[in-house]
Each structure stands twice: as C-alpha cells, then as structure tokens.
Design a binder for this molecule. Structure first.
Ligand code: AMP
Length: 431
C-alpha cells in the first residue's frame, strides 16, 4: 500500500490546531462587528484575469505563485485559486453594483488562500487569512482606523510585541518619477544585482525593494526613499495617517523600504511583525490602500483600503510565546454518558442520548457491546460528570443517574432527565 500524505506545503489542522483557529476567527468576527464590517464570501477561485489585472502580472504572487487550474477542453475561461481575497472582493463589488450602496462598503472574510510558494515554517501553499476591506473612502482617517483594527486583533489574540510598520508608496502622480530615480540607482549597481532582480529591474523595479534575497539588503538600505519623492497630496495624506495613528495610541514605525508585493497598492502600506522574532523575516499580516483597483477591474474609480492577516503565522507565534493554551478547552468531556446494563441494547442508549442532545446537552452514548462495568469505566475516563444507566430495574422508563464525581446515584423519571442534567450542569458551572 502506498502511504498518502497531505500535499506538500499544506497541513491538516487537527482539533487542537483548529481550536486555535476557531478562537482567532471568533475574535475576528467579533472585532469586525464592533467596527462595522459585514461578512462576505467569494469563490475560492476566480478567472485568472482577475488576479493578473488586479494584482499585477509582474509580481511574485502572479508570476510564480499562482495556482492555475488546468482548464477542461470545453471551457474557454482560465481559472486560478485565489492567492489573496482583495481582488475577488473588489470583483464582487463591481459585479454587484456596490457603488450604489452607502460608502464605504466595509466587508470582511476569513478563509484559505493558495500560493505556489516554496514551503517552509510559516510559509504554506494553503494558508488562512483574516481579511477586511473598506471600499469607497479615500482616507486618511480610515487608513488609521484599519491599522488600529489590525493591531487590536493581535493584542486581543494575545500576541506579544507586535510592531506596526507603515509607509506611503505614492500614487500615479508621483510614483513614475520615483520609479525612474530608483531604476537609475539600480542601473548604477547592475553588477551587484542577482539575476532575478536584474531581470525585474526594467519591468517592475519596486519589487526589488522587497526582495527576499540577502544580497539585496545593503543595496536596498541605501536606495532612494519613496517618502522623499511623494507629491504634495500623497505627503499630506501620509502625514495625516501618522497623526491619526498617534492620536489612537497605535505604536508604529515608518519603514521606507516597505512597498508590499502586489501592484495595486497606492499611498498607505503597512505590515505587522513581532519585534525581535529570531531569524524570521515573515510578516504576520499586511495591507494597504488600493485606489486604482476598482477601476482596474472595470468599476468606476473608487478608493479602497484593507488588510490580510495570516492566521497560520498568528497560531505559530502564539505557540512560540506559550499563549495557545485555550485549545485544550475544546477537548472538554461530555456532560453525561449513557450506558446500559444490557450489553446488546444499543437502541435504548442511543435513543436517550438523542433525546438529551435534542434538549441541547453534550451527551455520548456508549455504543460498545460490553459489560456495564467497562462502560462506566470508560465514562469516567471521558471526564463525564454523569452516567445515565438504562436497563437496571427499569420501571416506567426510569433511569439511574450516577454522579461520577460525587459517587452518588438516584432514580430519575424519563420526563425529568434532561431538566435534571441541565440543572446539575448549571450549578456545576456556576458553583
Ligand atoms: P501578503 O499579502 O503577501 O502580505 O500576505 C498577507 C499575510 O498573509 C502575510 O503577512 C502572512 O501572514 C500571510 N501569508 C502570506 N503568504 C503566506 C504563506 N505562503 N503561508 C502562510 N501565510 C502567508
């Protein structure tokens, strides 16, 4: 027999892992509700053109990492798995005429994203993002509101030492001149450029600034800074974002090298890191303003801003920092286990368990055909509070309820069973 494994770069979230994700998703849902975002779901795949036009063809995400789906011969459309949610959400905004809704339209989604990356710790081919998008507000106040929301997510999740890095990457008015300056700069150091970066120099020079190649570090540190080349409008916008962040008490640092890997960003760009996390260059999350994206995808020019926070990396950091404990809580034992004196009578056990579950209680039916003593033993190991014993001197459907923790036992009429167990659980939890 072959041994099957999850595909390279993917992982199974076992119940303890999933419990951490659940907690993070509940936090995301609660926070976005407080901040006025409404959940949306878009497909896990889109027409490839949505990503190529939206994210940009000369980006790592589209050029190297896009999971393209092999088209069937009778289909003329090409599809790809979503590498990030913004392009799909903006496609939906345009398709459903959300321009006519009260602006901004504030949307949130959480789910798996797919990138054909080289797998390593914290870098997967399928990973989860918690995402928010506010479409239709030019900022700058909402830029700060969104950064603060992201920062609060980490704080309330219990991640320690999160740093916010912000930058402005200009707009179509000022970026072209900066790009020319930057191109000249790298041309002057052509011999020092690794081959992939040299290849990108003339096609998308901004990508050189966020290159992961260690040989680029020195060159990039000395590169001309976009913040020294912003037009007046972008500069005023950036100053205001920083003033709002300061007023909200969000600790942030301006990082002039921060350009983000996707083409659609304009003006505000930001990323979240854990300060001093050894040997990890990986961002916990990031986002930015995308004032050109709605128009790129066929809508009326409309500004927007959003972020995507990687949940896998949050879970990883929580585990490193020893804050992922809550997970075991999901492994709580049942309130009661229904057992029987008659090893063959699985019908009564299952019927009573079903009635109790219908009443909202956490109940396991012991479905093994084994002696009562063994069934009770297993109920104890489960951590159950009660054993409901059927088939012992049953009169009018009465059952025995044994309190496994107190070691007491009494007879209960069938009509009282759910109420008695529920009451006992309530006293137990509040007492
Ligand atoms: P990006 O749009 O590339 O900045 O991605 C936003 C966030 O998603 C990152 O900061 C990570 O937390 C997460 N992320 C991106 N790519 C991956 C990946 N391959 N594996 C795990 N998390 C990722």
């Amino acid at each position: 027999m072959p041994t099957y494994r999850a595909p390279r770069g993917t992982r199974d979230l076992l119940p303890d892992d999933r419990a951490v994700f659940d907690r993070l998703m509940r936090l995301g849902a609660d926070l976005t509700r407080r901040y006025g975002y409404r959940p949306i779901e878009t497909p896990l795949f889109e027409q490839t053109a949505v990503f190529e036009r939206g994210i940009g063809e000369v980006t790592d995400v589209v050029e190297k990492e896009l999971f393209r789906l092999a088209p069937r011969t009778d289909e003329s459309e090409a599809w790809a798995l979503r590498p990030e949610p913004t392009a799909g959400i903006v496609r939906a905004y345009v398709q459903h005429g959300m321009q006519t809704w009260p602006q901004p339209v504030k949307l949130t989604t959480t789910g798996p994203m797919f990138r054909y990356d080289r797998p390593q710790a914290g870098r997967y081919r399928q990973f989860w993002q918690f995402d928010v998008e506010a479409i239709g507000d030019p900022g700058p106040a909402i830029d700060a509101e969104i950064v603060e929301l992201g920062h609060r997510f980490y704080t309330e999740a219990g991640v320690q030492g999160v740093e916010v890095l912000v930058n402005s990457i200009g707009d179509p008015a000022c970026r072209p001149a900066y790009i020319a300056t930057l191109t000249d700069y790298y041309r002057g150091h052509l011999a020092k450029l690794p081959p992939t970066e040299r290849d990108r120099l003339e096609r998308n020079v901004l990508r050189l600034l966020d290159s992961k190649d260690p040989d680029m570090a020195g060159l990039n540190a000395a590169a001309p800074r976009i913040t020294d080349h912003l037009c007046e409008a972008c500069s005023a916008h950036f100053e205001s974002v920083k003033a709002h962040l300061a007023a909200l008490g969000v600790p942030f640092r301006v990082e002039p090298g921060l350009v983000r890997g996707l083409d659609y960003y304009t003006r505000t760009a930001f990323e979240f890191y854990v300060a001093g996390r050894e040997g990890q260059q990986q961002a916990l999350g990031g986002g930015g303003r995308y004032d050109g994206l709605v128009a790129l995808l066929g809508g009326r020019p409309t500004p927007g801003i959003g972020f995507g926070l990687g949940l896998d990396r949050v879970a990883l950091v929580l585990a490193e920092q020893g804050g992922a404990d809550g997970a075991a809580a999901g492994a709580e034992g049942p309130l009661a286990v229904v057992v029987s004196a008659d090893p063959d009578d699985t019908v009564s056990r299952l019927r009573i368990a079903t009635e109790l579950r219908a009443a909202g209680l956490r109940v396991r039916a012991d479905l093994a055909r084994r002696k009562l003593g063994r069934q009770l033993e297993s109920a104890g190991k489960d951590g159950a509070h009660f054993a409901v014993i059927v088939g012992e001197e049953l009169v009018d459907g009465q059952v025995q309820v044994r309190d496994l923790q107190a070691g007491t036992q009494r007879t209960v009429a069938p009509g009282d069973l759910a109420r008695e167990l529920a009451r006992a659980e309530a006293t137990h939890h509040h007492g």
